[in-house]
Design a protein around this ligand. Structure first.
Ligand SMILES: C[S@@+](CC[C@H](N)C(=O)[O-])C[C@H]1O[C@@H](n2cnc3c(N)ncnc32)[C@H](O)[C@@H]1O
Length: 386
C-alpha cells in the first residue's frame, strides 16, 4: 500500500466515524503526513471503547507500525518523563502523538481563519503545530513545549515536513507573551485550572480550545471565547482525555495507603448503584466534578464483573477516599469511606442534584474564567453550579 493510500484510508475512516467533517483538514492530513511525526518505537493504543495497547517498532515490524500510524491510534512517545521505555507500556504517559480523530476534532473546534495567529501548548511530536502551520503559514504559529528534548525532536520532524512554526521551550501555562495577542489558543494537554495567561494573551473574540480535565471522569473538550472584559467563557462540546499539564499532574491509581487504612474506613451501604453514578452521562461527570472539587475517580473492574469505584481526594498528606463496590448478583452495594470527608456521600449528593436539574447533558454546561476564578455553569453563564 502506498503512503497516499494509507492517508486516504485514515481520512475515510475519520469521515465514516463522524470525526473529520471539514474537508480542509483532509487536505491537511495529506500535506502533513503523520508518519513524519510518529516515533520509530512507541506504545500504540487504538481509540476504541476498550483501550488496549501494544508496542510498535518500525524496524522489527513495519506493517504493525504503519497500521498504528494510519489508524485512529494514539502513540506514546514518552513515559514517566523519559524514565521508562515507551515500549514497556507501563508508566504515566508524559508525551504522545495524539490519535488522529481527536486531533481533527480539536482543529475543527479551533476553526482558525486564514489571517489568524495561534498559540499552541504542548508541541509533543510537532504534528499538530505542523498541521496548523500548513493551514496558516509560517510565522502564524507558536508552539510551547516544556520538555527540551521533545521540542528538539519536534523541530527535526517539522524540518523533514518542510514546516517551521516558532517552537518555544517553556512552561505553556505562562503562554508566550512575546508573541501575543493570539486569535486562537490550541491546548493539547489537560488542565483542571485554566491558566489566565491564555485569556490575557488572546484577542477579544479569540477562541481557546482545551481539554478540561477535572479529576472526575476522563475529561471534556472546552471551547471558550475571550470577551472584551477580560473573561473567557464557553461550553463543553465533547469528550477529551489528555495527559495533564505538568504543573497540574495528579496521582494515578487507587489511594496509596488504602490497604493499611481500610480498618479505619467506615462501612455503609450505597444509596445508588455505583455503575450508574459513573456511566449514566458525561453531564453527571461534569456536575460531580463541579460540586465535589478536588476529587478524582478511579475504576477497578475485575474479570468476574465486580467493580470498585473510587473517589479520592487529590491533595494533602492524608487524603480522604471512598470505595463503592458492585458485586455481580448483589443488590446492595457496600461503601468504605476513609478520612475527614465522606466522599461517596458527597458524590451521591452531587449526582442527585444533577438528576434534580433534569439530568442535563454535557453540552449544557460551560465554564467561565476570570483573573482570579473559574466557575462552572448550566445553560447560562449566570446560572452557576459551583
Ligand atoms: C498529548 S502531547 C501533545 C501532542 C502534540 N500536540 C502532537 O501533535 O504530537 C502533550 C504534550 O504537552 C507537553 N506539556 C505538558 N505540560 C506542559 C507545559 N506546562 N508546557 C508546555 N508543554 C507541556 C508534554 O510534554 C507533551 O509533549
Amino acid at each position: 500500500m502506498t503512503t497516499d493510500e494509507r492517508v486516504e484510508g485514515l481520512a475515510d475512516l475519520l469521515v465514516s466515524t463522524g470525526r473529520l467533517t471539514d474537508p480542509r483538514w483532509r487536505d491537511g492530513l495529506r500535506a502533513v503526513p503523520r508518519h513524519l511525526f510518529a516515533p520509530g518505537r512507541g506504545w500504540a493504543v487504538p481509540d476504541r471503547p476498550v483501550y488496549e495497547g501494544f508496542p510498535i517498532d518500525r524496524r522489527s515490524d513495519p506493517a504493525a507500525w504503519w497500521e498504528a500510524v494510519y489508524t485512529d491510534t494514539a502513540i506514546a512517545i514518552q513515559l514517566d518523563d523519559g524514565a521508562s521505555d515507551p515500549q514497556s507500556g507501563t508508566g504515566v504517559w508524559t508525551s504522545s502523538c495524539s490519535a488522529p480523530g481527536i486531533v481533527v476534532i480539536f482543529l475543527q473546534e479551533l476553526r482558525p481563519l486564514d489571517h489568524h495567529r495561534v498559540l499552541e501548548v504542548g508541541t509533543g511530536t510537532g504534528w499538530t503545530s505542523g498541521l496548523l502551520t500548513w493551514r496558516l503559514g509560517p510565522g502564524a504559529v507558536t508552539s510551547v513545549e516544556i520538555d527540551e528534548a521533545l521540542s528538539a525532536g519536534a523541530a527535526g520532524n517539522l524540518k523533514n515536513a518542510g514546516l517551521s512554526p516558532l517552537l518555544v521551550v517553556g512552561d505553556g501555562a505562562e503562554g508566550y507573551a512575546a508573541g501575543a495577542p493570539y486569535d486562537r489558543v490550541h491546548v493539547t494537554c489537560g488542565v483542571e485550572r485554566i491558566p489566565y495567561a491564555w485569556v490575557e494573551q488572546s484577542r477579544p473574540g479569540g477562541v481557546i480550545v482545551l481539554p478540561w480535565s477535572p479529576g472526575w471522569g476522563i475529561g471534556h473538550l472546552a471551547h471558550l471565547t475571550v470577551t472584551g472584559d477580560g473573561r473567557a467563557l464557553g461550553r463543553l462540546t465533547g469528550p477529551a482525555g489528555f495527559m495533564m499539564l505538568r504543573s497540574q499532574r495528579r496521582r494515578f491509581g487507587g489511594p496509596e495507603r488504602a490497604a493499611e487504612q481500610r480498618g479505619k474506613a467506615v462501612r455503609s451501604a450505597a444509596h445508588l448503584d455505583p455503575r450508574s453514578v459513573i456511566a449514566e452521562s458525561p453531564g453527571a461527570e461534569v456536575a460531580i466534578a463541579a460540586l465535589v472539587p478536588g476529587v478524582r475517580s478511579h475504576l477497578e473492574a475485575a474479570p468476574d464483573g465486580s467493580l470498585r469505584v473510587w473517589a479520592i481526594e487529590d491533595t494533602g498528606d492524608d487524603p480522604a477516599w471512598a470505595c463503592a463496590t458492585f458485586e455481580p448478583g448483589r443488590v446492595d452495594h457496600a461503601v468504605y469511606q476513609y478520612g475527614a470527608r465522606r466522599l461517596w456521600d458527597e458524590v451521591e449528593a452531587a449526582y442527585l442534584r444533577w438528576v434534580a436539574w433534569g439530568s442535563p447533558d454535557r453540552a449544557r454546561f460551560g465554564l467561565t474564567v476570570t483573573p482570579g476564578n473559574q466557575s462552572v455553569w448550566l445553560d447560562r453563564p449566570d446560572r452557576l453550579v459551583a
